[in-house]
Design a binder for this molecule. Structure first.
Ligand SMILES: N[C@@H](CCC[C@H](N)C(=O)O)C(=O)O
Length: 279
């Protein structure tokens, strides 16, 4: 199977051309391919294929084999991938995802690629949309969640996939490998959740660390950064545009007056190769 390896601020993916390659069981393939010792190594497997409603259909499988509705960093990488490999000549495309249509745009300056700006769509705030147990039409903004006798004030946002954002004074002090999976798998989240711990530096800058559903700690998360900005605005902690500092680098997020979230950042190809599917 031919593949290319990409990352967005260190959140890394194996991208496969679904027009050409046939994989029988995506979930099983994701677990094997993403393994950092026995596979290629990645946070996720991405299949780019035909769509009846958009330019391409994008499917994302986490390293544990679960399928995610959306992924911000993948969206940027796929926009560059389809352009670079001649699958389209459009610099602005629509991608069909389980979270609905997502629109990334390649931004050039004097003919040189600069960044990818993604229209991430509208944030979803109601508990039924996250999804989260409780009153379906009620939002979860700064509400208490008890985990192991400790109370965390959480704000939940869906960017097509679920996020639980927790503002703390010092994000580096958080024992993410210990607390991340407990919140990810908390019974209040029937489809589990991604978990972001966030320290507000000023009204235009935040430091975020993420525990991803189905992947554990990753160096960056585009939907997580988007959810973080929305949560910060809802809690009166930041303006509608901010730079989010992640372990792997920065992403810039804006919550527009049209209620859409716009996320910008790099997309980098690392290598291409051939994977022996039968292994
Ligand atoms: N890293 C991604 C999100 C990937 C999916 C996530 N683990 C989930 O299961 O929802 C991003 O950049 O958004």
């Amino acid at each position: 199977m031919q593949f290319t390896k990409w990352h967005g601020q260190g959140n890394d993916f194996v991208i496969v051309n679904g027009f050409q390659e046939k994989i029988e069981d995506y979930a099983q393939a994701a677990v094997k391919i993403c393994d950092r010792h026995f596979g290629i190594g990645a946070d996720g497997l991405v299949i780019v294929g035909p769509s009846e409603t958009a330019d391409f259909r994008m499917r994302i499988f986490n390293s544990d084999g679960s399928e995610a509705e959306m992924c911000g960093n993948v969206t940027r990488c796929v926009a560059r991938y389809v352009y670079k490999y001649g699958l389209t000549d459009k610099t602005k495309i629509t991608l069909e995802t389980l979270a609905g249509p997502i629109k990334p745009e390649l931004v050039f300056e004097n003919g040189v690629f600069r960044t990818v700006r993604v229209d991430m769509g509208e944030p979803r705030l109601k508990r039924a949309q996250i999804p989260m147990i409780g009153e379906p039409d009620v939002e979860a903004i700064n509400v208490p969640l008890v985990v192991n006798d400790r109370t965390y004030n959480i704000t939940c946002v869906s960017m097509g996939n679920p996020h639980c954002v927790i503002f703390v004074d010092d994000v580096e002090e958080i024992d993410l490998p210990a607390i991340g999976p407990l919140i990810e798998n908390h019974p209040i989240f029937p489809r589990k959740t991604n978990v972001e711990f966030v320290q507000v530096l000023n009204d235009r800058e935040m430091r975020m660390r993420v525990w991803e559903r189905g992947a554990g700690i990753t160096l960056a998360c585009g939907t997580g950064a988007s959810a973080t900005l929305v949560a910060a605005v809802l809690n009166g902690k930041a303006g509608r545009m901010a730079t989010i500092h992640l372990d792997g680098g920065d992403l810039v997020v804006e919550w527009g007056n049209d209620n859409h979230v716009y996320m910008s950042g790099p997309a980098v190809e690392v290598f291409r190769g051939e994977y022996l599917l039968s292994l």
